[in-house]
Design a protein around this ligand. Structure first.
Ligand code: UDP
Ligand code: UDP
Length: 452
C-alpha cells in the first residue's frame, strides 16, 4: 500500500476503535490504493488493543496521520468499563477537531470515509466543511437496515420488519443493548442511523449474491426513502498468501490432512465464561474431530491474564488431545487459517468480518453468535448456504451453558456434512465472481472510485 504522494488529492479514512473495525478499513484502504487512489488513515495512539498496535505498525508510517483527541473524561460514563467502547466515544467527541487537521494535509483531502460508529458527529462536520463523505458500514446490509430504520422504530424495540418484510429481525436477534432505550449504544446507534442520510454513499462489506433482496430494496428507496447509494463491494480482499514465517499454529496445520480440521475462534472481543470454555473444550475432545481452537478469556487482549491452558481446561487436556487438537491463547492470522488446505470448517461467533471472510474462502461455518450484531449476521449463514446456526445455543448474556455432549454431536454432524461443504463452496465462488472484473462488487468499486 502506498500513500501515492505524487497524486493531487487524497482520501482520508477514519476508523473507529477495535480490531473488528480497523482490520476491514485497512483492507478497504488497500483496495483503494491498489486502484490508484491516494489514501491516508487517521490514527489515535496508543491503540487500545495489542492487535491494533501490531496491525498499525505493519503499515507504512507515511500512511498514518495522528489524530490527537479532545480531552475525554471516562468517569462520565460509569456504566462503561470497556476501554474499546470508551475510545470509540472519545473519537466520536473529537469530530470538531477534524477541519483544522485536514487544513494541514497535503495533498488536500478530496473525500472522507468514516466508520459507521462515529457517523453522527463526523458527517455534520464533513457537510459543513463541504467535503464529500462516505460511511464505511462495518457489518452486513441486514445490520445497516436495522441501523437506518432505528430512528423510526418504536423503542423499546420489538420484532423489526424492514422494507415490507424483505428483512425480519425477531426481538430475540436484536443486539441486546438496543433493548434498553437509554443505553449509550442505543442512543448512538439511533443518532448514527439518522445521520446516514447526510452521506454521499454507504460502503458495505457484502456482495449482491449474499443479500440480493435487501440490497435491491435499499437502492430502490424501500428501506428508507432518499437513502444514499449502498455500495456493496465485498468481500474485501483477504491476505491469501501464507506468511513467510508461519506461526507455530500454521505449522501445526501444515501437518494435518487435507480438509480435516475445525477452526474455532470467537473473534477479537468475545470472551466466554470459564464454565462454557470447559464445556467447549470437552465437546471438541468428545467430537473426535481435529480442531484448532483460539481461547479468549478477556474482551481486551491486553487484559488477558496469563492463565495456563491446563488451568482453564484441566490437567492433562493438552496431552490427551495433542494427536488431533491444538489450543492457543494468542492472536492468529485468521486470513491464512481460513484458506489453509487442512481447514474444513469454522466455528465462529459470527462477527461480520469473520462471516464475510469465511464466505470469501468458501468455508463452511457453524455459527454460535455471542452478542452485539452476531445473531443478525448469523441469520445469513443458513440462508446463504454458508453453514448452520443452532439457534438454541445460548449467547453471552444467557445463563444457559451449552453442554459438551451437545457441542460434540453438532460438531461431528457439521464436519461430516459434505452437502454443506458444497453449498459453502458455491457461495465462495459467487464471492470470487463478485470481485472479479465485471462482477457486481467490481462494478461497485468502479462506481465508488468515480465519486471519491
Ligand atoms: N453499529 C452501528 N451503529 C452504531 C454502532 C454499531 O451500526 O452506532 C453496528 C456496527 O456495524 C458494529 C455492530 O453494530 O460493527 C456491532 O457493534 P458492537 O459495538 O456490538 O460490536 P463491535 O463493533 O465491537 O464488534
Ligand atoms: N482476527 C484475527 N485473528 C484472531 C481473531 C480475530 O485475525 O485471532 C480478525 C478476524 O479475521 C476479523 C477480525 O479480527 O477480521 C474480527 O472481526 P469480527 O467482525 O469477526 O469480530 P469482532 O472481533 O469484531 O467481534
Amino acid at each position: 500500500m502506498s500513500s501515492g504522494d505524487t497524486k493531487r488529492s487524497q482520501v482520508l479514512l477514519i476508523p473507529s476503535s477495535g480490531m473488528g473495525h480497523l482490520n476491514p478499513i485497512v483492507r478497504l484502504a488497500k483496495g483503494l490504493s491498489d486502484r490508484g487512489i491516494s489514501i491516508s488513515l487517521l490514527t489515535v495512539r496508543p491503540s487500545i488493543t495489542a492487535a491494533e498496535s501490531s496491525l498499525l505498525s505493519s503499515l507504512p508510517s507515511s500512511l498514518l496521520i495522528d489524530f490527537p483527541l479532545a480531552p475525554f473524561d471516562p468517569s462520565l460514563f460509569p456504566e462503561f468499563s470497556d476501554p474499546v467502547i470508551l475510545r470509540w466515544e472519545a473519537i466520536r467527541r473529537s469530530a470538531h477537531l477534524l477541519p483544522s487537521l485536514i487544513s494541514t494535509l497535503s495533498p488536500p483531502v478530496s473525500s472522507l470515509i468514516i466508520d459507521i460508529t462515529i457517523a453522527s458527529t463526523f458527517l455534520p462536520v464533513a457537510v459543513a466543511a463541504n467535503i464529500p463523505c462516505f460511511v464505511f458500514f462495518v457489518s452486513f446490509a441486514s445490520m445497516l437496515a436495522l441501523c437506518s430504520v432505528s430512528p423510526f422504530v418504536p423503542h423499546p424495540i420489538g420484532d423489526v420488519k424492514i422494507a415490507g418484510g424483505v428483512l425480519k429481525i425477531p426481538y430475540s436477534s436484536v443486539p441486546p443493548p438496543l433493548r434498553d432505550p437509554n443505553h449509550l449504544f442505543t442512543t448512538q446507534f439511533i443518532e448514527n442511523g439518522r445521520a446516514l442520510t447526510l452521506a454521499n454513499g454507504i460502503i458495505v462489506n457484502t456482495f449482491l449474491a449474499l443479500e440480493p433482496e435487501l440490497l435491491a430494496a435499499f437502492n430502490a428507496g424501500e428501506v428508507v426513502p432518499g437513502f444514499p447509494p449502498v455500495i456493496a463491494l465485498g468481500p474485501l480482499p483477504l491476505e491469501k498468501k501464507q506468511p513467510s514465517s508461519p506461526s507455530p499454529a500454521l505449522r501445526w496445520l501444515d501437518e494435518q490432512p487435507d480438509k480435516s480440521v475445525i477452526y474455532v475462534n470467537f473473534g477479537s472481543r468475545s470472551a466466554m465464561s470459564m464454565e462454557q470454555i470447559r464445556e467447549l473444550g470437552a465437546g471438541l475432545e468428545m467430537s473426535g474431530c481435529r480442531f484448532f481452537w483460539v481461547v479468549k478469556t478477556a474482551k481486551v487482549d491486553r487484559e488477558e491474564k496469563a492463565v495456563e491452558i491446563e488451568d482453564l481446561l484441566g490437567e492433562g487436556y493438552v496431552k490427551r488431545v495433542e494427536e488431533r487438537g491444538l489450543v492457543v491463547r494468542e492472536w492468529v492470522e485468521q486470513d491464512a487459517v481460513l484458506v489453509h488446505r487442512a481447514v474444513a470448517g469454522f466455528l465462529s461467533h459470527s462477527g461480520s468480518n469473520s462471516v464475510m471472510e469465511a464466505a470469501a474462502a468458501g468455508l463452511r461455518m457453524l455459527a454460535w453468535p455471542r452478542g452485539g450484531d452476531h445473531r443478525v449476521i448469523a441469520a445469513s449463514v443458513p440462508r446463504s448456504g454458508l453453514g448452520i446456526w443452532p439457534e438454541s445455543w445460548a449467547w453471552e448474556a444467557d445463563e444457559r451453558i451449552v453442554a459438551a455432549e451437545e457441542i460434540a454431536v453438532k460438531v461431528r454432524e457439521f464436519m461430516a456434512d459434505e452437502k454443506l461443504a458444497e453449498t459453502a463452496g458455491k457461495l465462495g465462488a459467487a464471492a470470487t465472481a463478485a470481485v472479479q472484473e465485471g462482477g457486481t462488487s467490481d462494478q461497485s468499486w468502479r462506481y465508488l472510485i468515480t465519486k471519491l
